[in-house]
Design a protein around this ligand. Structure first.
Ligand SMILES: C[S@@+](CC[C@H](N)C(=O)[O-])C[C@H]1O[C@@H](n2cnc3c(N)ncnc32)[C@H](O)[C@@H]1O
Length: 775
C-alpha cells in the first residue's frame, strides 16, 4: 500500500479554513484526560488518553485551539434551513420571535462561573461584544467568534442542542449538546433568527451522560446520541416528536385530546389499545430496541484518497471509511475498530474489502483528477431464508451481500477476483455486485440534475447500491446528494427510493444478486436496488405496531393499500388479516422483490404495482376524464401528456378503493397529490409511518387541521429503529371524521359505480369526492 506524506489541513482543500494558533497545548473540558499537543503547523502530534478506545480519536474534543476546520455540516444544515423557511434548520428550530416567548431556564452555576459572570457583566457571553464597526449580521444579538455559555433546553431534529440565549431567548444550535447540559460554545454562523455554535467545553454534562463506547464517537457524525444513556435517548426522541407535531403540525389540540383520552383510558384499562403508554403529552413513549448495537443490516462506506485524522489533519492515502460530516470526499477511516452499529462479520468483511482492493491496485476515485475508480461499498446482511419444514437445512443461515459503486466499467474486471476471494473467505457472503455510478454523483453536492421542487421536499439520495435503487424515470430524481453525517454515512434509513441517477445496470461479480431476511416469520428477498428497513429486529416490532394500528376488521374483509411499499414487507405482514393487499412502489427492483416475496411466503391475496405515488391522484383522475388534446392549444404536448396519463392509469387500474391505507414515504413525506388521494380515497383509516417527523407533521397538518380536514389524529407512536442516532420512526394513525361515509356506504357506491363505468374503483372514489379535499 502506498503511503503518502501527511499534510496539515492547511494544505488540503479543507484547510482553507482559519488555522489554529501555533503550538497550542489544549485540554478538553469535556474530557479532562484528553490532551493534544500541536506542532507548529497546527497538526496533532502526541495524544494521551487514559479512557477506553482509540487514543487518537478520543483526542477529538473541541478546544479553543482545535477544530478550526469549517463545520461544513453546519453549513449544509443551514442551507436546509433556508430551503424550509417555515421550520428553520429543522422543524424544531423556532425563529427568534417564537423562541423568545419561552423563558430561559435557570441554571445552577459553580462559584467560579458566577464569578466569571460578575466580572464579564453578562449572564452568558464570555467574550467581549462585537466591536462597534463589526457588522451586526441580521440584527442578531451574537456575532461569529463570540463565546457563549449556554444551557441546552432540548434537541433539535438532527441531534443539535437547542440553547436559548438570555434574555431574549435567541436560539443558538450547538452540535453534540444534550438537553440539560451547560456548555461553553463559540458562534460559527449567524442566520436570520438563530445562530450555530460549536461546543468548546461541557461545563456540566447531562445527568444521564454515559461514556460513548465507540472510539469514533464525535468525528463520525453517525451516533450523535451515543453519549446519552439509552432510556434517556428514547425520552428525548419522544419529546422531539411531540414538539415537532405541535410546532410544525399545529397538532397541539389533537395531542392534548389524546393525552386526556389516554388518562381516562388508563383509569379503566392499561393502554387504550392505540399504541403504548402515553408519556403525558399525547405522544406515546418511544418503543426502544432490545439490542441497541449491531442492529444495522446495511451500511455504506466510501473510498477516498483523503483520509481524515481528526481533528484537522488530512492524509493523502487511499482508504475506506465514513464520509467526514459535511464533506463529499474526505473519509474517516473506521476499518480498524469497525462500526458498532453493524455486526462483527460485516465489520470483518469491511476490513478485508479494504485490504484486498488496495492490494490489487484498485484506487479510490479522485475528484477532480479523475484517477481511480472506486466510489463506495455497501454491505448488507440478512438472516437468510426460512426453508420449508422437512428440507435438508431447515434453519436459515445468515447472508451477506456486497455492492461496489465504481466510476468506470474497467473496475469490474479487477473487482471480480476480489469478489471471488471474498466469497472463498466468508462463507456467509452470498453475492457481490457492482454498479457504475457517475463520478460526480452521488457524492458531490448540488451536481445532480434535480428538479428544484423535488429538492425542497427534502429527500436525500442514497444511491442504488445502498438499497434505494433505480426508479422509474417519471419519478425524477428527488434527492439532493448525500452528506456524511449520521444517516448519510450510514445510509438508507430515510427510505428514499433513490434513483440511481447516472448509475448503470447492476453487474453480478459473484454468487447471487440478493439476500434474504426474516421479519415476523416471513422471508423477504432483497435486491441491491430495493429499500428494506435497516433494523430487521426492530422492523418486526414496527410492523406489529402497524398491524395493531390498522385495526383491520375480523373476518379478513378489508382491502389494504400499501403505498411506498418497498419489498412489500408491511403489506405482506398484513395479508393474512385482510381480503386483499395492493402495494404501490416506484422502484422496479423493489416491486419485483415484493412479487417474489408474496410467492416465497405463499401469499395469494397481494398485488404489487410499479407506479409513482406522488402523482397517483392525478393519474387516477385522468382515467375518468375525456382526453384534452383537441381543446388544448399545444396538441402534441397534450397528446403526449394524455398518452402518459393513459399508461399510468392502466398501471393503476388494479388500485382498488381501500378500507385502510398504509403510507411509508421517503423523508420528503407526501406530495400534495398523494395527500389529496388519501383525502378522497374513502379509506376509514390511514396509518402513516415516517422516518422524518418534520415532513410527517406538515402532512398531518394538511390532513387533520382545518374545517374541511378529512381525518382526525388517533395515536402517535415513536419507534426507535436507529438507536444512538438522532433519527426516529413515527407511526401516526388517522381516522376519517365522517365514518358513516366509509366502507358501508361510500365503498359500496364506489364499487357499484366502478363496475358500471369500467373505471378503477379508486378513480371513481377520487372523482366522487366523498370527503372534500383540503388541498
Ligand atoms: C421508507 S421506504 C418504505 C418501504 C416499506 N414500506 C418498508 O417498510 O420496507 C419508502 C419506499 O418508497 C419508495 N418511493 C419513494 N418515492 C416514491 C414514489 N414517488 N412513489 C412510489 N414509491 C416511492 C422507495 O423506493 C422506498 O421503497
Amino acid at each position: 500500500m502506498q503511503l503518502f506524506k501527511s499534510l496539515p489541513a492547511s494544505h488540503s482543500h479543507v484547510g482553507s479554513a482559519p488555522q489554529p494558533p501555533v503550538g497550542g497545548l489544549s485540554r478538553s473540558a469535556a474530557s479532562p484526560r484528553r490532551v493534544t499537543r500541536r506542532d507548529a503547523a497546527g497538526c496533532a502530534t502526541t495524544t494521551q488518553n487514559s479512557g477506553p478506545g482509540h487514543a487518537f480519536f478520543h483526542a477529538w474534543a473541541p478546544t479553543r485551539t482545535q477544530e478550526r476546520l469549517p463545520s461544513a455540516k453546519a453549513i449544509r444544515d443551514t442551507q436546509k434551513a433556508s430551503r424550509n423557511s417555515r421550520s428553520g434548520p429543522d422543524a424544531d428550530v423556532a425563529p427568534q420571535k417564537r423562541a423568545s416567548r419561552t423563558p430561559p431556564r435557570r441554571t445552577k452555576r459553580t462559584q467560579q462561573q458566577q464569578q466569571q459572570q460578575r466580572t464579564s457583566g453578562s449572564v452568558s457571553s464570555l467574550s467581549p461584544p462585537p466591536p462597534q464597526d463589526a457588522p451586526s449580521r441580521l440584527g442578531a444579538p451574537v456575532h461569529v467568534g463570540q463565546e457563549l455559555e449556554l444551557e441546552c433546553v432540548r434537541l433539535a431534529l438532527e441531534g443539535k442542542g437547542v440553547c436559548l440565549l438570555p434574555p431574549t431567548g435567541f436560539v443558538v444550535l450547538v452540535e453534540r449538546t444534550l438537553p440539560g447540559e451547560l456548555v461553553r460554545a463559540e458562534v460559527v454562523s449567524v442566520k436570520r433568527g438563530y445562530a450555530e455554535a460549536r461546543k468548546l467545553a461541557s461545563l456540566s454534562p447531562h445527568r444521564n451522560a454515559v461514556p460513548p463506547p465507540c472510539p469514533y464517537f464525535g468525528p463520525c457524525g453517525g451516533c450523535t446520541l451515543q453519549s446519552l444513556q439509552y432510556e434517556a435517548q428514547l425520552q428525548e426522541k419522544r419529546n422531539q416528536v411531540e414538539q415537532t407535531l405541535r410546532r410544525v403540525g399545529r397538532l397541539g389540540p389533537s395531542l392534548d385530546q389524546l393525552a386526556a383520552d389516554s388518562a381516562t383510558c388508563r383509569r379503566d384499562h392499561d393502554d387504550g389499545g392505540e399504541g403504548g403508554s402515553r408519556a403525558g403529552g399525547g405522544v406515546a413513549a418511544t418503543v426502544g430496541c432490545q439490542e441497541p448495537f449491531a442492529y444495522r443490516n446495511k451500511m455504506m462506506f466510501h473510498f477516498s484518497t483523503k483520509r481524515w485524522l481528526p481533528p484537522d489533519m488530512i492524509e493523502e492515502r487511499p482508504c475506506l471509511g465514513l464520509l467526514r460530516p459535511g464533506t463529499a470526499d474526505v473519509v474517516l477511516p473506521v476499518v480498524q475498530h469497525g462500526c458498532k452499529l453493524q455486526g462483527s462479520e460485516a465489520n470483518a468483511l469491511l476490513a478485508r474489502v479494504e485490504e484486498l482492493v488496495l492490494e490489487r491496485g484498485l484506487l479510490p476515485h479522485n475528484h477532480p483528477s479523475g484517477k481511480g475508480t472506486l466510489k463506495h461499498v455497501v454491505i448488507r446482511s440478512g438472516s437468510g431464508a426460512l426453508l420449508p419444514a422437512g428440507s435438508a437445512a431447515p434453519l436459515a443461515a445468515p447472508e451477506l451481500l456486497i455492492g461496489f459503486g465504481v466510476t468506470h466499467g474497467s473496475a469490474l474486471k479487477q473487482l471480480k477476483p476480489v469478489a471471488e476471494a471474498l466469497g472463498r473467505e466468508f462463507p456467509h457472503l452470498v453475492g457481490v455486485v457492482a454498479q457504475a455510478v457517475a463520478p460526480s454523483q452521488p457524492f458531490s453536492r448540488g451536481t445532480a440534475a434535480v428538479p428544484p421542487a423535488r429538492l425542497q421536499r427534502g429527500s436525500r439520495d442514497r444511491g442504488a447500491l445502498q438499497g434505494d435503487g433505480p426508479r422509474k424515470a417519471a419519478a425524477g430524481n428527488p434527492q439532493p446528494p448525500p452528506s456524511a453525517d449520521s444517516g448519510d454515512a450510514l445510509g438508507g434509513e430515510d427510505g428514499d427510493g433513490g434513483d440511481g441517477a447516472g448509475a448503470g445496470p447492476v453487474t453480478l461479480l459473484y454468487g447471487t444478486p440478493y439476500i434474504h431476511d426474516i421479519v415476523g416469520g416471513l422471508t423477504f428477498r432483497i435486491s441491491p436496488g430495493s429499500f428494506f428497513q435497516t433494523n430487521s429486529r426492530q422492523a418486526e416490532v414496527l410492523y406489529d405496531i402497524v398491524r395493531r394500528a390498522a385495526a383491520l376488521r375480523p373476518g379478513a374483509v378489508d382491502t389494504v393499500l400499501d403505498l411506498y411499499c418497498g419489498t412489500g414487507s408491511i403489506g405482506l405482514s398484513l395479508a393474512a388479516d385482510c381480503r386483499r393487499v395492493v402495494g404501490v412502489e416506484v422502484a422496479d427492483a423493489a416491486v419485483e422483490d415484493a412479487r417474489s416475496n408474496a410467492s416465497l411466503n405463499g401469499i395469494e391475496n397481494a398485488t404489487f404495482v410499479c407506479a409513482d405515488v406522488d402523482t397517483i391522484q392525478r393519474n387516477l383522475l385522468a382515467a375518468t376524464l375525456e382526453p384534452q388534446a383537441a381543446t388544448t392549444e399545444n396538441a402534441s404536448a397534450a397528446a403526449a401528456a394524455a398518452a402518459e396519463a393513459a399508461t399510468a392509469t392502466a398501471t393503476l387500474a388494479v388500485v382498488p378503493a381501500p378500507d385502510v391505507v398504509i403510507v411509508d414515504p421517503a423523508r420528503g413525506g407526501l406530495s400534495l397529490d398523494a395527500a389529496a388521494f388519501l383525502s378522497r380515497s374513502g379509506a376509514r383509516r390511514v396509518v402513516y409511518v415516517s422516518c422524518n417527523v418534520a415532513t410527517q407533521a406538515r402532512d398531518l397538518d394538511r390532513l387533520c387541521n382545518g374545517s374541511g380536514a378529512p381525518f382526525r389524529l388517533v395515536s402517535v407512536q415513536p419507534v426507535d429503529m436507529f438507536p444512538h442516532t438522532d433519527h426516529v420512526e413515527v407511526v401516526a394513525v388517522l381516522e376519517r371524521r365522517e365514518l358513516q361515509m366509509t366502507t358501508a356506504t361510500a365503498a359500496a357506491t364506489t364499487t357499484a359505480t366502478a363496475s358500471a363505468t369500467g373505471a378503477p374503483a379508486a378513480a371513481v372514489t377520487a372523482t366522487s369526492g366523498a370527503v372534500g379535499s383540503v388541498m
